[in-house]
Design a protein around this ligand. Structure first.
Ligand code: SF4
Ligand code: SF4
Length: 265
């Protein structure tokens, strides 16, 4: 049974996602409202820990190509995240260029999987026995390559998955534009950041890295720059861009805040 708050949040998601689809002129015939409602209707509370574990294993992505080849990840949907959707509609935000929104438009299976992941990670309080083995050869696991944090529970669940990954010497990295949700989760649940987790704050606007960060749990700041700004300001582009498993910068602990810069694609 959904609470009133969940119903209100779903209504907000649906009104925003429809605006995004209209504004971004999505050409394909996708019934996004029906897909969101279907994902939201899955009743995880009636599943056993073993069944949840199977669902979570299906939520992992272990077949990335391109830059993330060889790395495992888990992500939620930007199309079910009110902050992502609001930022996509804000021309000043880097999210106006969201590559994930276009990927969601192109690939049906990916879109459905990310929607399911959103409701799994934001409604189930994972215990360590619900987390499958993370046997990734590169020893690298990414949280969020297609969406962002939505609730403190999602943060708690990522910390639980990271702890499990640590048993196999896997380093995790979480990308977010919503560090306030991590702060809230740490306070709400009394969490301790796993030692194998790097937290990367993504800058909200192009060319706009903050001089400092608000939260001590942030390890790195990731900023995208446009070519003109790079040339005019001599920005050092230090994102390896082609292959994360060779570069590893985002997954490697650094003594202090590290600034990572990528060229706008
Ligand atoms: S936070 Fe990331 S996934 Fe969400 S809209 Fe922005 S670029 Fe897209
Ligand atoms: S800096 Fe390296 S690890 Fe980080 S996103 Fe770029 S290529 Fe990947």
């Amino acid at each position: 049974m959904k609470t009133n708050i969940q119903i209100i949040a779903l209504k907000k998601v649906i009104s925003l996602v429809e605006k995004v689809f209209a504004t971004k002129n999505v050409k394909r015939d996708i019934d996004i409202q029906a897909e969101i409602m279907k994902a939201a209707a899955i009743d995880y509370s009636s599943m056993t820990p073993e069944e949840i574990k199977k669902e979570l294993r299906k939520a992992f992505c272990d077949d990335h190509t391109g830059k993330m080849h060889g790395i495992w990840s888990i992500s939620t949907s930007c199309l079910a995240n009110t902050r992502c959707l609001a930022r996509m509609l804000n021309g000043e935000s880097i999210c106006a260029h969201c590559f994930s929104a276009s990927m969601n438009g192109q690939y049906d299976a990916l879109r459905v999987k990310l929607l399911r992941n959103t409701f799994l990670l934001n409604t189930v309080d994972l215990t360590p026995d619900m987390v499958p083995e993370i046997r990734v050869k590169s020893k690298m696991f990414r949280f969020e390559s297609f969406g962002d944090l939505l609730s403190p529970l999602q943060v708690k669940n990522y910390f639980t998955i990271a702890e499990k990954a640590n048993e196999r010497g896997v380093i995790c990295a979480l990308w977010t534009k919503n560090p306030d949700i991590i702060d809230k989760a740490i306070k709400q649940y009394g969490l301790v950041k796993p030692t194998n987790l790097q937290i990367i704050q993504s800058t909200l606007k192009v060319n706009d890295a903050p001089a400092s960060v608000e939260y001590e749990f942030i390890d790195k700041v990731f900023t995208v720059y446009d070519p003109e700004f790079i040339e005019e300001n001599g920005v050092n582009i230090n994102c390896g861009a082609r292959d994360c498993s060779t570069c590893r910068r985002c997954y490697t602990a650094h003594d202090g805040i590290e600034y990572i810069s990528e060229k706008l694609k």
